[in-house]
Write a protein that binds this ligand. Sequence first.
Ligand code: HEC
Length: 176
Amino acid sequence: MLTRIKHFFFLVFLALLISQFIRPDKNQGSYDSITNFEEATLVSADVKTIFENNCYDCHTNSTRYPLYMEISPITHWMSYQIKEGKEHFNISEWDSYTDKEKDHKLEELTEEVELKKMPLKPYTWIHGELSGQDREKLIQWAKDTRVKIKEKPLDSLPIHESDTTIVDSVQADTVI
Ligand code: HEC
């Protein structure tokens, strides 16, 4: 029995050792795309720090890699979460979302943060949970940003067919 247990642990050790040499691709794009998001949504210094310390690693194209993140199985777990996280919400691609999508992402963000689902659990073992104050700041920022998106001046919206019809009829009126 004892030798079996020894064998088992030896195999686990061997698997871990081998996995150290299988390196997933790193997620290390430029920070510029994040700056676009921060400027577009008027992120305050406070909120920027919250995002940087708790969210950007999994929701942008630019993850920080401290030493522990180089170790398997953490590195493999993170690589998977980054892929999943970016599929649902990629801050680096904020510009490519439509206003409706932006609004929806912010609505989800509020929900996830309120229910303490984000930041994802095992990540918080190292990085700590969000404090109540930080959660409030993020939620308030999301609320303000959603209002701003809705208030965007009409002239920045693309022209729809119905708009052209109105313009046509106005012109027709002026001719008469
Ligand atoms: C360790 C990686 C990780 C961290 C850190 C993290 N997330 Fe996520 N996030 C994910 C993954 C994976 C998903 C997709 C699966 C899910 O919803 O659980 C996700 C989903 C989301 C979604 C989309 C939910 C949906 O229904 O589409 C939002 C919004 C979000 N996260 C916001 C945040 C915010 C805000 C933070 C920081 C306070 C954060 N996340 C931190 C991994 C992470």
